[in-house]
Structure formats: structure tokens, C-alpha cells
Design a protein around this ligand. Structure first.
Ligand code: ADP
Ligand code: GLC
Length: 472
């Protein structure tokens, strides 16, 4: 068994913008349940409440380049896992995790470099790990600092690092002059180290310096080694293929199960789907859609509005969709262009399209439970969680066959399309609607097969355990 310190920028229930938070909320407890000793380091953002938290360290010094800062460290224990909240108000006591509607926070590189230093301070003073497990670009500098500053330090002797890629689309590329402000020597500005097309790439730092690399599905582990999906780092990933593996994320069924979900109108299960009808009615009412003809299928979407998620395909066929007999329930926020697209569709056909531009935990659950079909046409998808949630709720996924979507959905549980074109997406949707309308028994069999699929965290946690063991 290992002692593992994870460092990341979000985790449920503290702070969340996407699936990274779900992973950091569920994987550490799943590892702890297997007997691993795990702790997680997170920023204490403005929205993170400290009720019930205990201060375990005050004035931890954080030296980021020429900057001298201090942080208080608060601990909250969840399911046997200490979450260490780094309270450094000048970096984290502000609106938005990474930015606001006006744009990204200008000092994100320094903010998250400070988080890396806080994690190293925690490792030095009170949670001595065998493994430091980093997630995404925000903690990409941690393995760099470790090797750069602490290679001779007995505290960190034999400490190994794992870097998990949740999304190659976010790398944080910055100007060369920032090396100084981040306390990194110019010697790192080399194409085989942190340099990337004349800039400094923070994710690349983690990918070069970590001992092992993982990503969140086996398919994505292969895809990021190609020019199409590698976002410029495919060559580096190919050169490190021997230490790169794909471990599929899991589902926290304590949160996402129609038998117990506290957000939905009625409970149901694989053996008794009856309650799903009440959930559908509740969703129609909540979204302000007509409640007549309840047999008309609802297509649900819950997503960050980002190009990654395939909204360009929906935009391309929006006009055709206006004539189809279904209802669309959309929840999301992000890029203006897609917010406007769905608002325009809802204005044109309020009987068919309903959109909430918001972040709402409750509505996300209601859409999973009340929809018939869940649409995820992602251009790329490292893992994707909503398609797995959909399976559990008897809501049939229609997905682009990419990354984790390809790994988790098959012909028995959903509908896939392979070429990333509007026509291919329409073809899959049309087939789904046909089966829904014409083959109710097959539809129910697909629902039940999906509901019985088991994507619990335990299998993923055991794969991570094996990886940690192999590094020691
Ligand atoms: P990504 O991390 O790329 O956004 P995932 O499918 O891995 O995609 O995870 C997205 C997570 O964020 C899911 O738990 C989903 O329910 C949630 N989510 C996304 N947008 C919203 C929203 N507007 N309101 C509530 N939850 C959302
Ligand atoms: C990222 C990916 C998503 C994945 C999540 C958690 O945000 O876009 O596919 O499920 O991280 O690993």
C-alpha cells in the first residue's frame, strides 16, 4: 500500500467546473477504501467554505520565483481522505476558479505554481508521500520543481510522480519571460524540456518530468499519440509511450443512481423503470416544455459549452432539427456562440427547445433522469462522465466514437457515429429516434443493458494502485 498525495485544481464537493472535480471527489475515497493512504491538495477558492475545517498549518511559506507568499492549510476529512485546502487569499479569494466572463485570471500560471509549492510544503511538513499524483496543467510544474529544486533533498528521496492528463486541449502556454517569475531557470527553455514553439508550456513540464503518465481512457491514451489529437505534444507522448497508460474514470454511484438520487422527482431501477415517466414529466415542467404527448422523446445535453463538445455539429444541422418530432433539454454554459445558438433555437421553437444557461447540479440530475436520449457529439472526449451517468439512468447515449465515449458505449447500450460530420450525427440520432418510436422492446432492452453496466470506481482505483506499486 502506498501513501499518495494528489494535487489538483478542483474536486467535488468543494469546487467544480467539470469532470476533473468528479474524479478528485471520488477516486481518492475509492483508493482509501482499498487501503491506500491518500490526501488531496486543493486551492481554497472564495466559494470553498471553511465550516468544519481544521487549520493544520499556518503561514506555510510559498516562494514562487521572486514572490514570497504564505498560506494557511485547512483540512477537511471526507470518506477517510484528508483534503488540504490551501488558503492564500491573494491568489484564490476571488470570483471564478480560473477566470470570469471577462477572461482568464491574468496570473493563473503564478496561482497554480503557488499551489504546486503548497503541495510540496505539505509533503515536507505533514503528509510524507511515496507518490505525488498531479492532474492537468495546473499541477504540471510540480514534477518540474521537484526534480529541479529538491532532487538532493532527503525528504523527497524516492518520491515518484504521476501526471494524469484529463484534457490535452488545455496546456497553459506562456511567454518565456515568465520563467523568471515562476522561479524556473532559463536552462529549461529547450524543446526537449519546457519550450514549445517559442513559448513555455506548463503541461509539457509535467509530461517531461513525471515518472509515469496516465490519461482517463485507453482510447484517449492512443489518440493523444497522433497528430490529430496530440495538440502538438504527440511526439513527446510517443517518446514516453512506455510510461503512458489509459485508466478509465468511474462513476460515483452514491451520487448518480436513480434508486437514491435526491434531486429527481421519482426513484426507479433496472427492474422497475416506472418512476422514469414521472422524472420525464418533471423535466418538461422544469424546462417549460409542453407536457402533452409525453411519448415524444426528450434529448438531453449537460455540458460545458466548448468547441470540444461538438456543438459545431449541432449548429450545422440546427435548421433540420427544427422539423423533427422531439424535445431538447439543454443545460450548460461557456462559449457565447453556443449559448446564443441554443437561445436562438429556444426562441424559434419554444415547444421543442429549452435551454438553461447556468450551472445547476439539480438540473443536471433531472436531465439525466428525465431524458430518453443523451447527446454527446464531442469532437474529442478524454473520458466523459455524462454518458456513463446516462447508462445508469436508462437514458440512451448518442455519441461520437472518440476517446472514452468509444470505450464505454457500444451497440447494445447506445448509438455511435464514427466520422465527425453533421450528417453522421444526424444519422445516429435518426436511428435512435426510430428505435425509440418503432421498437419499444429493443429500446427497453438497451436501457436495461446500460443500467446493468458497472463503471464503479473500484476497477479504476485498483488500476491506479497497481501503477503506484509498480513505481516503488
Ligand atoms: P468535462 O470535464 O470535459 O466538462 P465530463 O463529462 O468529464 O466533461 O464531466 C462534466 C461534469 O460536469 C459532469 O459531472 C456534468 O454533469 C457536469 N456539468 C457540466 N456542465 C454542467 C452544468 N452546466 N451544470 C451542472 N453540471 C454540469
Ligand atoms: C476532462 C475531459 C473529460 C473527462 C474529465 C475527467 O475535463 O474533458 O472527458 O471525463 O476531464 O477526467
Amino acid at each position: 500500500m502506498s501513501r499518495i498525495l494528489m494535487a489538483a485544481s478542483e474536486a467535488t464537493p468543494f469546487c467544480k467546473t467539470g469532470g476533473l472535480a468528479d474524479v478528485l471527489g471520488a477516486l481518492p475515497p475509492a483508493l482509501a477504501a482499498r487501503g491506500e493512504e491518500v490526501a488531496v491538495v486543493l486551492p481554497r477558492y472564495r466559494q470553498v467554505k471553511l465550516e468544519g475545517a481544521r487549520m493544520v498549518w499556518s503561514h506555510l511559506p510559498l516562494w514562487v520565483g521572486p514572490g514570497r507568499y504564505t498560506a494557511d492549510i485547512f483540512e477537511v476529512v471526507r470518506h477517510g481522505v484528508p483534503y488540504y485546502l490551501v488558503d492564500c487569499p491573494q491568489f484564490f479569494d476571488r470570483d471564478g476558479l480560473y477566470g470570469t466572463a471577462a477572461g482568464d485570471h491574468w496570473d493563473n500560471p503564478t496561482r497554480f505554481a503557488a499551489l504546486c509549492h503548497a503541495a510540496l510544503g505539505i509533503a515536507r511538513h505533514f503528509f510524507r508521500p511515496h507518490i505525488i499524483h498531479c492532474h492537468d496543467w495546473q499541477t504540471g510544474l510540480l514534477p518540474v520543481y521537484l526534480k529541479q529544486y529538491f532532487h538532493g533533498d532527503p525528504t523527497f528521496h524516492n518520491v515518484r510522480t504521476v501526471m494524469t492528463i484529463h484534457n490535452m486541449g488545455y496546456q497553459q502556454r506562456i511567454g518565456r519571460d515568465l520563467l523568471f517569475w515562476l522561479g524556473l531557470p532559463e536552462a529549461l527553455f529547450r524543446s526537449d524540456l519546457l519550450e514549445f514553439h517559442g513559448r513555455v508550456n506548463l503541461l509539457k513540464g509535467g509530461l517531461v518530468f513525471a515518472d509515469a503518465l496516465t490519461t482517463v481512457s485507453p482510447a484517449y491514451a492512443r489518440e493523444i499519440q497522433t497528430a490529430e489529437q496530440g495538440f502538438g505534444l504527440d511526439g513527446l507522448l510517443r517518446s514516453r509511450a512506455d510510461v503512458l497508460s489509459g485508466i478509465l474514470n468511474g462513476v460515483d454511484y452514491a451520487e448518480w443512481s436513480p434508486e437514491t438520487d435526491r434531486h429527481i422527482a421519482a426513484h426507479y431501477s433496472v427492474d422497475d423503470l416506472d418512476g422514469k415517466r414521472a422524472c420525464k414529466l418533471d423535466l418538461l415542467q422544469t424546462m417549460g416544455l409542453p407536457t402533452d404527448r409525453p411519448e415524444v422523446p426528450i434529448i438531453g445535453i449537460v455540458s460545458r459549452f466548448a468547441t470540444q463538445k461538438g456543438f459545431d455539429l449541432i449548429a450545422a444541422v440546427a435548421h433540420d432539427l427544427l422539423h423533427w418530432d422531439f424535445r431538447f433539454a439543454v443545460l450548460g454554459s461557456g462559449e457565447r456562440e453556443y449559448e446564443n445558438l441554443f437561445r436562438a433555437l429556444a426562441a424559434a421553437r419554444p415547444d421543442k427547445f429549452a435551454v438553461r444557461v447556468a450551472y445547476s447540479e439539480t438540473l443536471a440530475h433531472k436531465i439525466e433522469a428525465g431524458s430518453d436520449i443523451f447527446l454527446m457529439p464531442s469532437h474529442y472526449e478524454p473520458c466523459g462522465l455524462n454518458q456513463m451517468y446516462s447508462l445508469r439512468y436508462g437514458t440512451i447515449p448518442v455519441v461520437h466514437a472518440t476517446g472514452g465515449l468509444d470505450d464505454t458505449i457500444d451497440g447494445e447500450t447506445g448509438f455511435k457515429f464514427w466520422s465527425y460530420t453533421p450528417e453522421a450525427m444526424l444519422g445516429a440520432l435518426r436511428e435512435a429516434l426510430r428505435v425509440h418510436g418503432e421498437e419499444p422492446e429493443r429500446w427497453q432492452a438497451m436501457q436495461q443493458t446500460g443500467m446493468r453496466r458497472d463503471y464503479s470506481w473500484d476497477a479504476s482505483a485498483s488500476a491506479y494502485s497497481r501503477l503506484y506499486d509498480s513505481l516503488r
